[in-house]
Design a protein around this ligand. Structure first.
Ligand code: ADP
Ligand code: MG
Ligand code: MG
Length: 258
């Protein structure tokens, strides 16, 4: 069982002082409500700068983002009180819009360390190597990638495939995928989408798919589509809402708020 429940979430970020002026807090999320139940895939769509990544980072526990109001729970347990590691152990997975490079740490070691942290014990080496190779083959990643530094010099597509490898191996309860489609050519998009579909085919998994473009939703069918503008959900519907957004864009919502 896995239910991720977000209630009235308000999040602020420490604003960087571009003019060298004094820093302050900028309110980005202004009351987000969202419940993801077992087996549900939710797509969040919205214009750039609307706060979609802020929502993902807040769920993951990024220190830059301060929750000023509201709650996030996983199966009734307070997620916001957990450290980043505890969130991962509880079954939350975040694939970032801009994956970080980790020079000097091989993909193989990174995956094994993450798996060990989540399971509380190191995976058996023999089966683990097989599992890693199988996961890499499924996303058509050369197994030689296992020896390379995490994300260093990876193309956009390779970074996203690596995220699907993580998803496959770490087997979370709820996966938050932020712009997993950005920068992918059509072949990579299909491979990545297939990976997400394999994950969401499990009846007990939840997916939060954050995207700016409707393209990925031709390969991954969401149960719900939410329109996100200026730190809030402004509309929700089924997959047909994505088609409407494709045809008409976000103008209607952005103008409506002005
Ligand atoms: P989206 O993912 O929808 O494009 P983001 O969540 O990345 O939107 O950003 C929402 C707003 O918050 C933007 O105005 C962005 O500039 C601002 N913001 C996000 N993160 C930071 C940060 N670390 N420092 C300052 N401003 C930020
Ligand atoms: Mg499902
Ligand atoms: Mg973003």
């Amino acid at each position: 069982m896995a239910t991720l429940e977000i209630k009235d979430l308000h999040v602020a970020v420490a604003a960087s002082d571009e003019d060298g002026g004094s820093e302050g807090f900028k309110q980005i999320l202004k009351g987000v409500d969202l419940t993801i139940r077992d087996g549900e895939t939710h797509a969040i769509m919205g214009p750039n700068g609307s706060g979609k990544s802020t929502l993902a980072y807040s769920i993951a526990g990024h220190p830059k983002y301060t929750v000023t109001q509201g709650s996030v729970t996983l199966d009734g347990v307070d997620v916001l009180a957990m450290s980043v590691d505890e969130r991962a152990r509880a079954g939350l997975f975040l694939a970032m819009q801009y994956p970080v490079e980790v020079p000097g740490v091989s993909v193989a070691n990174f995956l094994r360390t993450a798996k060990t942290a989540i399971d509380g014990e190191a995976p058996k080496l023999r089966t683990w190597v097989k599992d890693v190779n199988a996961a890499m083959e499924q996303v058509k990643m050369d197994t030689a990638f296992a020896q390379r530094s995490v994300n260093e010099g990876f193309s956009g597509g390779e970074k996203k495939r690596h995220e699907i490898v993580q998803l496959e191996l770490l087997d979370p309860k709820v996966a938050v995928l932020d712009e997993t489609d950005s920068g992918l050519d059509i072949d990579a998009l299909k491979i990545v989408s297939e990976g997400v579909n394999r994950f969401k085919a499990n009846a007990d998994k939840g997916v939060l798919l954050i995207t700016h473009y409707t393209r990925i939703l031709r390969y991954i069918t969401p149960d719900f589509v939410h329109v996100f503008v200026d730190g809030r959900m402004v509309e929700q519907g089924g997959p047909e809402l994505a088609d409407e957004l494709e045809a008409h864009g976000y103008d209607k919502y952005v103008t409506a708020k002005a």
